[in-house]
Design a protein around this ligand. Structure first.
Ligand SMILES: Cc1ncc(COP(=O)(O)O)c(C=O)c1O
Length: 423
């Protein structure tokens, strides 16, 4: 996250002091770097430059319209999981011919909406869904281009809530019945069976699960071709992990204890590992990165409201809550938390908690970090993915504002909700 850095002990995003932004726009506040977003997208997309491909950004990671417009302008495609996300993608300027539609529970009206918008492909997750899409496409006198999402039963070694490629997960079609299911799909008159889709999980830090999945996909395409089903595209999903620990290093910040398992091999390593395998199938390639494009593009700024020491533990209570960023509560996810101003104070061990009435409302537990006093700000790093997009109004808390930095300019890209906006 090179566009977030300290300058004379003040945190900067690109050319602007984050403290000044926090004072001007208030907290809790999501803050994004435009240059980081563009750099992340280009780094991934250019790694596929020599193959026919679409980088379909996974909107679920962050669907702020202004961020989407930047990616659409870069030429990205969109991976959507609801009619709402297709609507956002179209509104932001993504071409329908670059939109994929995944999800285990597509409603009939969503399928109809996507067919009418003429999207690139439905990533189909069950046999019943095939029949429903076929029926709706027939009624609309059109054909639906589809890929079947295969569940390869491969362990991505990630948190169980974000693992999706195991037999015990609800996603995709069991690998054992995949060929039969492809044959069934090919027999349906209103479907164009075009692709094979996999997405084995999120925040994956090992190369091996991706390599195994790529090998499985390529072998299946060969078998399908022998059976007369000519697969034209591979949608290899997303899931590339990012580094949450020691995302920003500074002599006045404690070094966070991290093992190899906390380090991402990097987007290029993921791509270099699978690309030669996938190329063997001579197909168009689709990828669906979300986190690896937006996570380190954004931080959540929050202000310390109170300090509390009950003799057993010290707490810093901040003005952001689990309704703003649920990842720590939901998956015990780790986010580095740093002061906006480094004052060369001693480190202490604290819990950083929010105001929500749940003991699970925390951002860090037993964390060694510089002492933070009432009124001081901290940045919760690497919060651009699955941050605002998963936020809620729990405890009737209005949503945070979002701002975008571009060089020395700062622009509000989502107004802070007011109490009167709550319905
Ligand atoms: C089908 C699909 N594609 C892509 C993604 C994006 O994953 P990530 O943000 O880990 O790249 C997800 C998220 O889990 C997904 O379910």
């Amino acid at each position: 996250m090179r566009h977030f850095h300290y300058k004379e002990n003040q945190l900067f995003c690109e050319d602007v002091s984050v403290q000044e932004i926090a004072e001007e726009f208030g907290t809790p506040l999501y803050l994004y770097s435009k240059q980081q977003l563009i750099e992340n997208y280009r780094a991934i997309d250019s790694a596929f430059a020599d193959v026919d491909h679409i980088t379909c950004y996974a909107l679920k990671a962050n669907s702020n319209l202004e961020l989407l417009k930047i990616l659409a302008k870069e030429g990205a495609g969109a991976d959507a999981v609801s009619a709402g996300e297709i609507h956002f993608a179209l509104k932001a300027g993504f071409s329908p011919s670059k939109i994929t539609f995944a999800g285990v529970g597509k409603r009939d009206d969503e399928i109809e909406y996507a067919l009418k918008k003429d999207i690139f492909s439905f990533n189909v997750e069950s046999i019943e869904e095939l029949a429903v899409i076929n029926e709706i496409a027939g009624r609309l006198k059109t054909k639906a281009r589809i890929a079947l999402r295969i569940n390869p039963d491969i362990d991505a070694s990630t948190h169980p809530y974000i693992s999706t490629g195991l037999k015990t997960n609800k996603f995709g079609i069991d690998i054992k019945v995949a060929i039969e299911t492809f044959k069934y799909a090919a027999s349906l008159p209103n479907l164009l069976v075009d692709g094979i889709h996999t997405h084995i999980g999120s925040q994956i830090l090992k190369l091996d699960p991706f390599i195994q999945t790529a090998q499985t996909v390529v072998a299946m395409i060969e078998e399908l071709r022998r059976e007369g089903i000519n697969i034209q595209h591979i949608d290899f999903g997303g899931g590339y992990g990012v580094t949450y620990k020691n995302a920003i290093k500074h002599p006045l910040l404690p070094v966070e204890e991290a093992s190899n398992a906390d380090e991402t091999p990097g987007n290029n390593a993921f791509i270099t590992a699978v690309l030669p395998i996938l190329k063997q199938a001579k197909c168009k390639l689709v990828i669906e990165p979300g986190r690896s494009i937006v996570a380190n593009t954004g931080v959540l700024i929050t202000k310390a409201l109170y300090r509390k020491d009950n003799g057993v533990k010290k707490f810093v209570i901040v003005d952001a809550g689990m309704n703003d960023l649920i990842r720590p509560s939901l998956y015990q996810a780790y986010h580095q938390i740093i002061p906006l101003t480094l004052n060369n104070v001693e480190n202490e061990i604290v819990d950083i908690v929010g105001p929500v009435c749940e003991s699970g409302d925390f951002f860090a537990r037993e964390r060694t970090m510089p002492l933070v006093k009432r009124g001081e700000y901290v940045a919760i790093l690497t919060a651009g993915a699955y941050g605002f997009s998963v936020s809620s109004h729990y405890n009737a808390r209005p949503n945070a504002a979002e701002v975008l930095v571009n060089g020395d300019k700062v622009r509000v890209i989502r107004e802070r909700e007011k109490i009167e906006d709550l319905k």
